[in-house]
Design a protein around this ligand. Sequence first.
Ligand code: FES
Length: 167
Amino acid sequence: MKTVKRRNFLKIFASIGIFGTMAGQTAYALVKSFFPKARYEPPQRFKVGSAYQFTDGPNFLAKHRIFVIKEGNKFHALSSVCTHLGCNVTFNKLAKTKNVTVRGKEIEEKWEFNCACHGSKFYGDGTPYTGPAPTPLPAYEVSVSAVDRKLIVDKNIVVDSGQRFTV
Ligand code: FES
């Protein structure tokens, strides 16, 4: 039977200890990297205020890059981020309402959205009709907090642009 000398045994034991520790630390760092302590994105679901604080029509909230649109007691939220290259669009109140056909449906428009960067224009429901913007401005779910009755916009949930939340 082959015997391991004391010196060799200690070398093997030390090597296992060093490599075991390194492997353990690497595994720990890898697992920890899946759970970062810092979030670099702002929350996508947030309160925007009480219904009475909004004026009729689009209300631009620069911090969240959305329009909260009030029509009487109905609300919806539309992204202000142009779907071309991400500039903020501005809303343009029309001097008089006009009827347009959007995706086979006739809608009465009181405002439109324009992007100053490369000239995209969007109907009032967010559908682009001229310029390079490839897709509509997304509409987000609006709800109300059961705690303080403030409106909540959830940018994680894209809804049909015709959906309205009634307060
Ligand atoms: S970023 Fe709006 S048209 Fe280019």
